[in-house]
Design a protein around this ligand. Structure first.
Ligand code: F6R
Length: 244
């Protein structure tokens, strides 16, 4: 894994936004895998600003988000789909039909997960997968467990993960759904290139274990060690466990 440490979250976000903008210019039909959460907020702000400054054309870009809550429609409060519209999609020229999202309201979850895998394959696979990491080492909604489903699947959420997501539901933990749909680790590892961002001291342990520990379903991010092209972008706070 290639490691890059930045002096601030903002510097990290600016660098990654410039890299993504350059990739879009070089490959206008690029397929991006995208995360939600606190970490990518600075990245999406920087990308929106760069898009405006440089008149970046997103009309050929395709996107696939990592995950979505079960039971939430695309504009529902707290849905990841709404998050993406508010923070990125509504501010760039990506075509609505090029936005790939798991449908949290699908009555047939298994069929929906299979549809998503097919849609990614039909788009030619993901060129650049951008990831965050949970404090417990989760990626997407692949939580620590004994057996990790390889492909897109339904997940019952851990209480700490629900608590971490309460902020998207006005701080009301009881409003956070108990299940989600998520790309599996094999879906993620199939991307041609992966960039993982982690910022803040809350990620120190997860980052250290991901980079220096063994590969284990107890820390799903550790599976990224199997990928030949992973860049780990950290701020100094998240990198503290590596420098010690
Ligand atoms: C969400 C996702 C999650 C987050 C992780 C970190 O789409 O993929 O794995 O990346 O929960 O979340 P933040 O950035 O809020 O700390």
């Amino acid at each position: 894994m290639k490691l890059e440490i930045y002096e601030s979250e903002e510097a990290l976000a600016q660098t990654l936004a410039s890299t993504i903008a350059a990739a879009i210019r070089a490959h206008p039909n690029i397929v991006l895998g995208l995360p939600t959460g606190r970490t990518p907020l600075a990245l999406y702000r920087a990308l929106v600003a760069l898009t405006r400054e440089e008149h970046l054309d997103w009309s050929g870009v395709r996107t696939f988000n990592l995950d979505e809550f079960v039971g939430l429609g695309d504009r529902a409060v707290g849905s990841y789909h709404r998050f993406m519209h508010e923070n990125l999609f509504d501010h760039v020229s990506v075509r609505p039909e090029h936005i790939g999202f798991l449908d949290g309201r699908s009555p047939d979850v298994d069929a929906e997960c299979e549809r998503y895998e097919r849609a990614i394959a039909q788009a030619g696979g993901i060129d650049l997968m951008v990831l965050g990491i949970g404090a417990n080492g989760h990626i997407g909604f692949n939580e620590p467990c004994d057996v990790l489903p390889a492909r897109t699947h339904r997940v019952v959420l851990e209480e700490p993960t629900r608590a971490a997501n309460a902020r998207w539901f006005g701080g009301n933990m009881s409003a956070v759904p108990r299940a989600a749909l998520s790309m599996g680790m094999a879906t993620i590892l199939n991307a041609r290139e992966v960039v993982l961002m982690a910022t803040g001291e809350g990620k120190v342990d997860a980052v250290r274990e991901m980079m220096t520990g063994g590969i284990t379903t107890e820390l799903p991010a550790s599976f990224l060690q199997l990928h030949p092209r992973v860049t780990v972008m950290l701020d100094e706070a998240a990198a503290a466990g590596l420098q010690a």
